[in-house]
Ligand binder design. Sequence first.
Ligand code: PEP
Ligand code: MG
Length: 591
Amino acid sequence: MARTILTGEAVSSGVSVGKAYLLAKGHYCLTSVQNIPEDHVEQEAERLQNAFNSALQSLERIKSSVPQEQQEHAAILDSHIMILRDPKLRRKTERYIRELLMSAEWALEKGVADVEKGFSRVDDEYFQARANEIRLLTHRVMNHLSGSASSIKPITSRVILVAHDLTPADTVELNVSKIMALATAQGGKTSHVSIMARSLEIPAVVGVENVDTTVRDSDFVIVDGFQGKVVVDPSDEELEHYTNLKYQFENYRREIMRHRELPGESRDGFRINVMANIELFEEVRAVLDYGGEGVGLYRTEYSYLYRHKLPSEEELTEEYSDLASILHPKEVVIRTLDAGGDKIGKGFENLEEANPALGLRAVRFCLKHRDIFKSQLRAILRATQHGNIAMMFPMISGLNELREAKEVLEEAKHELRLEGIGFDEDMPTGIMIELPSAVMVSDLLAREVDFFSIGTNDLIQYSLGIDRTNRHVAHLYQPLHPALIRSIKHVVDAGHREGIEVSMCGEMAVDPYCLPVLLGMQVDNLSLNPQSIPVIKKVMRQLSTEECFDLLKRILESDSVSQSNRLVKENVFNRFPEELLFYSSMLEKAT
Ligand code: PEP
Ligand code: MG
C-alpha cells in the first residue's frame, strides 16, 4: 500500500516498527439458504447445538489459559460462558428451525434479533451492554456454523495489531506476548485496550479513523505512541528516524528506572509524593514496580464494569482490603463510583442524555442510587483496618452536594457501629475538584474536607468547554491556559489556607512540562499512571523550588498559552533534551 499517515490519540508511549496483523472485525455473512426442507430439520437442529457447544468449549479453553495476572478477563469470560449456557436462546432458535423451517444461521439471527428487541425496551445501559455481548457471542456461534472455528488466526511472529476495537475476550485469545504495538479505530485513554497497552508497556494509538479498513494484513507499519501516528509503508527516512527514536527511548526507559525508588522531591528537598492512578486491582504490582509512593486515585468504576452484575459489599470490601494490605503502610485513596459521562457502559441507567458529561454522573449518580452508593461506602469503611485508606467523592459542585454525600457516609458509619463492625474512625475524606464551581467555592469546601485532589481531565473539559472524548477539539486541551493555571493556583491556596493537602490526579500531573508549574504552586501529592512515575521523579529531582517559584510568577503574568509554553521550554526544558524529545507532543499541544 502507498505511504499513508493516519492519526489518533497516543495512549501508550514508545515506537514500534513491523508487520501489521489485522484482526477481522468479526462480521459474518448469513448464508443465502434461508429456508430448509422439512426433512432437514433434525440435521439443522443438530448443527445448531453443535455450534453452540463448540463455541462454549472454545471459550472454556480460552478461560483456562488466562494467566493469573489477567484474571479480570476471566470474570468477563465467565459471564460470556453463562450467556452461552443459557438454554433460552438455544430453545428459541431451535423452535424457529422446527416451526419456520429456517436454516440454523437464519434461525439464530432471528433469535438474537428478538433478544435485542426485548432489551431495547428496557431503558438501562446495563441491559444494552448485555445485548451487545449476546450479539458478539453470536459471532462466535456463527463462525462455528460456517466452519471457521475461530475468528482469530494464531499470531506466530511479532506483529503490530490493527483492529477496529478489541474486546477483553479478543485480548485473552490473542497471544499478547507477540504484540509489539496496537492501533485501533475505536477507544480512548481509558478504554480497555489502552489500559492493557500501558500495563504491557507497548506503544498504542487509538481512535485512528478507518485504521482497520486502510491498513492491510502484513502491511509494513510504524506505530508512534508519542505523537499518535500510524505510518503505513514508511519512507527510508521515516524508517531511519523511528528506528533511532525507538532505540533512544528504550535506553531512556532503562535509565529512568534508576529513579523509581528515590523519593519525589526537588533538588533542594521539597517533598511531593508521587503516587499512582490505578483502574484495576491488578495494577497494584505496577505501583510497586515503578516506585509509586501510594495510590492517589483508585478509579473504582472498573470493578463494576468487569462483573456480570453489581458487585456485592463483600466483594468490594475484599478488593479494597487486599489493595490496602498489599500497599500498607503506603496510602490508598479510593474514589467513590464515577459512573456516567464519558465512562460509557459504566453507568447503570441508559438515560439517553443529550449531554452525558453534564448529566447524571459521578456523585450525582450515587446520590440518586443511594443503595449502590451506601454499599460502596460501607465496603470502603470495612476495608480500613490497616488505617491507610482515604476516600474521596468525584465531581462535587458545591457545599450542598458535599454535605449530602457526607450524610450518606455518616449513615454508613452509623450502621456499621450498630452492627459492631470496626473501621478507621479517622479515615480522611476528600473531594475531587473537577468543576469550575468547586474552584470558585474551594475556600468553603476546604473547611469541610480533609483534602482536595484536582482532576484536571474534567476541570479542563468543563473550564475550557471541550468534550474530553471528542478528537476534533483534542488540540484545545491546554493545561497551561491562563484560566487553568489561575484556577489551580486558587484551589491550592484555598486548601493550604485551611491547612489541608492539595493533590493532583488528572493527566496534567503526567506532563513533565507542567511539573515545574505544579512544584511552584507547592501541590502536596501528584498521582499518575504508574509507568510515568520514574520520569516525573527524575525531572522533579533536577528542579529547584526557587526556579519553579520564579517560573510560576512569570506564567501567572503571561497572557496566553503560547507565552507560558515558551517560558517553560526556555527556562526549564531546554535543559532536558530527552524529555523534550519524548514528550514534545505534550508541549506542542500547549502552543
Ligand atoms: C479527572 O477528571 O482529572 C480525573 C482524574 O478523573 P477521571 O479521569 O476518572 O474522570
Ligand atoms: Mg474526572
